[in-house]
Design a binder for this molecule. Structure first.
Ligand code: 5GP
Length: 126
């Protein structure tokens, strides 16, 4: 179910539990600012989630409230993960879902990295 991106941060969300080590994950990369791990239900041959370590509900929350260091750390972290996975030359797609119409399901900011095949049109045609 999609969430309201304006809700307060929920410490019990699944990615908060992953960050606390309460739920296992397949980690791809970690530093002071980000954790990157494989999506549990991959939508492409490579599907990695990158999350900031800070408590931010969505891109909206993060882009308005995060520090310059957190923003730089997150953006650089996403780029590093894609580069390290060899995705730059074949190409990849970034996606951040925000709120109801964006169909965001987990209320902790995450960027999806998709790669490993031609990814087709940007949005499903309805
Ligand atoms: P959203 O729709 O919020 O942008 O995407 C949430 C993503 O989190 C989905 O792609 C879903 O498969 C993934 N996900 C949900 N629960 C878990 C989990 O426990 N572990 C991992 N690795 N991914 C999860």
């Amino acid at each position: 179910m999609a969430i309201d991106a304006t809700q307060p941060y929920d410490d019990d969300n699944i990615f908060a539990k992953i960050l606390r080590g309460e739920i296992p994950n397949k980690t791809v990369y970690e530093n002071d600012y980000v954790l990157a791990f494989h999506d549990i239900n991959p939508q492409a041959p490579h599907h990695i989630l990158v999350i900031p370590k800070g408590k931010y509900v969505s891109w909206d929350d993060f882009s308005s409230a995060a520090s310059e260091a957190e923003i730089a750390g997150f953006v650089r972290g996403v780029g590093h993960v894609a580069r390290a996975a060899g995705m730059v030359e074949p190409g990849y797609r970034l996606l951040a879902n925000i709120g109801q119409d964006g169909h965001q399901e987990v209320p902790h900011l995450h960027v999806h990295i998709f790669a490993g095949k031609p990814l087709g049109p940007m949005l499903a045609r309805s």
